[in-house]
Design a protein around this ligand. Structure first.
Ligand SMILES: Nc1ncnc2c1ncn2[C@@H]1O[C@H](COP(=O)(O)OP(=O)(O)O)[C@@H](O)[C@H]1O
Ligand SMILES: [Mg+2]
Length: 249
């Protein structure tokens, strides 16, 4: 067995007297989609902000391919090929798809202007890679005219740029209908097929069940369940199990 591409071990983090994470261990293997599930306030966003190097854990260790990583931070996380689409990160809806994909890291011509032509063709390639092909939209289309699922596609394409090995999506489907959720699942399947990994976060099991190979369930800062998709045949079975856990605490 290959070691996980990244692994967090016994991570704790508190904010004042709120224990956001209490000795949480979490790993991601190459080429898998991990569903990170839990109610609002469970600690999901805190966990992935630690993965992204935005927050420093109070205690616990981070390993990259079994090598302990010291002084983990946002630039090391990015260097390791981890790209995060944060929950609160909004796209610029008045801008084009291609502008959004390259915002903050524009491709420049040799005299320093934005190379719109290259950005256009790169955006086309990235959109094709995730299966976001449309007769209606081009990289010059305004993001505000896209549906919610398609906007997530833009965020995923943006994360793919720079060859991310692991893409973390924080509640990408929370505000979406089931049809739009399916669209996002299909983008994520294409990302997985290219050998990359995805952490897919949700507080609604129905919005995660259909895409994840493996689940990690957080409840009030603790991991209460780790299982593969085969363990629970249907979302209902998983929900029943989680209700039992909640009652027993
Ligand atoms: N920056 C912060 N300052 C203070 N409390 C925070 C901060 N971030 C998260 N928390 C608290 O930590 C807990 C977990 O939050 P969060 O990780 O955002 O949960 P989730 O993403 O699962 O909804 C919550 O009680 C939340 O209020
Ligand atoms: Mg959150």
């Amino acid at each position: 067995m290959k070691p996980p591409i990244i692994s967090l071990q016994s991570i704790s983090k508190s904010f004042g007297n709120v224990y956001a994470l209490d000795s949480v261990s979490f790993h991601v293997n190459a080429g898998e989609v991990v569903g990170l599930i839990g109610d609002n306030g469970a600690g999901k966003s805190t966990l992935i902000k630690i993965l992204a190097g935005v927050y420093v854990p109070d205690t616990g260790d981070i390993f990259l391919h079994d090598q302990k990583a010291n002084h983990w931070n946002a630039s090391k996380s990015r260097q390791a090929g981890i790209e995060t689409v944060f929950q609160d990160r909004a796209l610029a809806v008045q801008q084009t798809i291609s502008r959004n994909i390259f915002m903050g890291r524009e491709i420049k011509t040799f005299i320093g202007f934005i190379d719109n032509k290259r950005q256009y063709t790169e955006a086309e390639r990235l959109m094709r890679d995730i299966g976001f092909t449309s007769e209606v939209f081009t990289p010059d289309s305004i993001v505000g005219t896209l549906s919610g699922g398609e906007r997530q596609g833009v965020a995923i394409a943006r994360a793919l740029y720079f060859n991310a090995k692991l893409i973390v999506l924080d509640e990408p489907t929370t505000a979406l209908s089931l049809t739009e959720t399916e669209k996002v699942f299909s983008f994520v399947r294409n990302v997985r097929e290219s050998g990359r990994s995805v952490v897919f976060i949700g507080h609604n099991i129905y919005h995660v069940f259909g895409i994840a190979d493996r689940f990690v369930v957080l409840d009030r800062g603790k991991v209460v369940l780790k299982c593969t998709r085969e363990t629970y045949g249907t979302p209902e079975e998983l929900i029943r199990f989680m209700q039992q856990v909640a009652r027993s605490q």
